[in-house]
Design a protein around this ligand. Structure first.
Ligand code: ADP
Ligand code: MG
Length: 225
């Protein structure tokens, strides 16, 4: 079953009265267990696609379906629920809260959602990300690669159906980035979660099951390896 479905999705941004086209008639299905690289030059629409997939923004026309729900038909409560249960986001700049410890950062999504057993689940995800020994550290005591592992643990803690990663290795050296890619690959291979990753790196794209290439907001190629 498709976990993420884009059907004829177009997105135009309106800024200062001007309409900026970002995506044009994108149709795309992503299945559970897939690891998808989203590639294409800067400005081709990768981040826009991920934001629509995460229900952070909505299409101008067409439909985005995440875990069966059409994002543009949900009310605020439904959207909050979708974001807190179905979607995990990983950022290039990690986005950890500096005043919280590692384990507190990972617990936070569960605390916000009012889900019990947060500490235990956070430790389990830190273990999966190879960071179990760092739970009590503060983010500033970590390397970039370690921060991204914590970011991944946080994105996984509520067991999302889709993990969305926007240039997750963009701030890391190649060796560290490769470790992060292997981790993401393992998460997708686990079968329950699809991983969709925007990347500039062709090496990163070579490690995925599928590469979707965007050009000027359209899908120019879509291939498995
Ligand atoms: N919030 C926004 N407001 C106006 N234009 C935007 C906004 N976000 C992105 N764009 C424009 O949409 C297009 C696609 O951008 P983006 O999705 O960020 O591409 P990518 O992530 O591939 O670099 C670009 O032309 C960009 O300038
Ligand atoms: Mg981008």
């Amino acid at each position: 079953m498709a976990i993420l479905e884009f059907t004829n999705v177009s997105k135009d941004y309106i800024t200062e009265g001007q309409s900026v086209p970002a995506l044009h008639e994108v149709t795309l299905n992503v299945e559970a267990g897939q690891f998808v690289a989203l590639v294409g030059r800067s400005g081709c629409g990768k981040s826009t696609l991920l934001n629509l997939a995460g229900a952070m923004d909505f299409p101008t026309s067409g439909q985005v379906r995440v875990g069966g729900a059409v994002t543009s038909t949900l009310d605020d409560a439904g959207l909050t629920r979708l974001r807190r249960t179905k979607v995990g986001f990983i950022f290039q700049s990690f986005q950890l809260l500096n005043t919280l410890s590692v384990v507190e950062n990972v617990e936070l999504p569960l605390l916000l959602a009012g889900v019990g057993g947060a500490a235990e689940k956070a430790l389990e995800c830190l273990r999966l990300a190879g960071m179990e020994g760092y739970a009590r550290r503060m983010p500033y005591q970590l390397s970039g690669g370690q921060m991204q592992r914590v970011g991944i643990a946080r994105a996984l803690v509520h067991e999302p159906v889709v993990l969305l990663a926007d240039e997750p290795t963009g701030n890391l050296d190649t060796v560290t980035g490769d470790g992060i890619l292997e981790l993401l690959r393992g998460i997708a291979a686990g079968g329950g979660t699809a991983v969709v990753m925007a990347t500039h790196s062709l090496e990163a794209a070579a490690l995925t099951d599928r590469t979707v290439r965007l050009r000027d907001g359209r899908i120019a190629a879509d291939s498995g390896h």
